[in-house]
Design a protein around this ligand. Structure first.
Ligand SMILES: *Cc1c(COP(=O)(O)O)cnc(C)c1O
Length: 383
């Protein structure tokens, strides 16, 4: 096996799901496993989530849904993005539940169901309460529900909306999130007033699942917290200050090994563009991980350090496609083939998390784990 791999701590994943359940108690849970489970491996995470008791799994695309079905996952799948008309037959055949909100899309699904003799196809009605993405406006929800009801083969299994600033703590954002809930409740009422049961109502992403009890409704829909990261402003410190006990543990450790060590004299340079030069004699270790693995070029300028046996060493020069170089000084701590950890679980030698990496380059943990590419093997650890 290649030295560069992502350890996936399924014990931490289950621990995080238990933490979420402490907040959402008896509510249904839809675990987001879209984008290859935020880079952690969709099939294994989906299996673990179902074994834990997740009621739904959320995917973004038909292909992601098919991957789960082909691996024997029978749990209800919610598809959070719209698919292409050419993918609808596959969505129907694989019982991938779409979010719908207009008659054109509803009719395409209905027709496809007729083609395959499917007469009880679940759909969820999406409401745009302020995200400005998919969904109908609240005043249209009754008509859309009516359209679903009048279809031949579809039934309204649930209603949802998506919050866009629930992870922010400014008064303005808190106000906006409250308004989104009111809009969603109005949409639900609009559907009820037609004598139609709205079914399972849900709007809580990770931030609302942990921080806004009164948004849980019938189901919570967490993603990032399942993988061990705090959403937005709702950091570990934020919860500590609030006196709320919540302990999230990183599910991925990205590691590699030292592939060689070389001595450097003062003035020798490292890598493309010769952007770094040794100012004194030192030793440089080469790691077989690069931007094509998800170790982005921007990590280098951001001063991200790699951990070897509990000590941190800076990346030098530009990160290449498949390799990068670190400065290990004249420290005898490091030997060839030693494990070098980029980020992850401290039990496995990490000094930083994907959140620290994200903060250094001005992005969010979501992006750091989900860009770990396919050639990095995921190694699943149960304990
Ligand atoms: C991705 C996504 C979620 C999960 O979001 P997190 O912030 O990761 O909890 C929930 N709902 C929808 C519609 C999403 O697209």
């Amino acid at each position: 096996m290649r030295a560069t791999r992502a350890l996936i701590h399924l014990d931490n994943f289950i621990h995080n799901l238990k933490e979420i359940r402490k907040f959402s108690s008896d509510k249904k849970m839809c675990v987001a496993v879209k984008a290859n489970a935020y880079g952690h491996g969709a099939v294994e995470c989906a299996r673990a989530a179902v074994a834990f008791g997740a009621d739904f799994l959320a995917v973004a695309t038909v292909e992601e849904g098919i991957e789960l079905r082909e691996n024997g996952i029978t749990a209800p799948l919610l598809m959070l993005s719209l698919c292409d008309p050419l993918e609808i037959d596959d969505a129907v055949k694989n019982r991938i539940t779409p979010l719908v909100f207009d008659s054109e899309y509803i009719n395409l699904f209905d027709l496809s169901c007729s083609k395959f003799g499917v007469t009880d196809f679940a759909v969820h009605l999406a409401v745009d309460s302020g995200m400005g993405r998919i969904g109908c406006y609240a005043h249209e929800a009754g008509d859309v529900a009516q359209c679903i009801k009048s279809s031949k083969n579809l039934f309204l299994q649930g209603m949802c909306t998506h919050l866009c600033v629930s992870d922010e703590v400014s008064p303005e954002s808190i106000q906006f999130t409250k308004k989104q809930k009111e809009i969603f409740l109005a949409a639900i009422e609009n559907v009820r007033s037609r004598g139609i049961d709205p079914g399972i109502c849900h709007c809580s992403n990770s931030a609302a699942a942990l921080n806004l009890d009164d948004f849980h409704m019938d189901m919570v829909r967490p993603g990032i917290v399942c993988y061990g990261y705090y959403p937005g402003d709702l950091t570990r410190k934020y919860f500590e200050e609030k006196g709320v006990s919540i302990d999230l543990r990183p599910v991925m450790t990205l590691e590699t090994k030292v592939s060689c060590i070389k001595s450097f004299c003062a003035d020798q340079s490292v890598g493309y563009g010769r952007t770094w030069k040794a100012c004194k004699n030192t030793r440089i270790a080469v790691l077989p991980i690069g931007y094509a693995d998800g170790m982005l070029r921007s990590f280098s300028a951001a001063g991200i350090k790699v951990s070897i046996k509990g000590k941190q060493y800076p990346v030098r020069g530009r990160i290449c496609m498949d390799q990068c170089m670190i400065d290990i000084g004249n420290d005898s701590n490091v030997s060839r083939w030693d494990t070098a950890v980029i980020f992850g679980d401290p039990r496995y030698g990490a000094s930083i998390t994907a959140d620290d990496v994200a903060n250094s380059i001005g992005t969010i943990s979501y992006e750091i784990t989900s860009i770990i590419t396919k050639r990095v093997e995921r190694v699943y650890l149960k304990s």
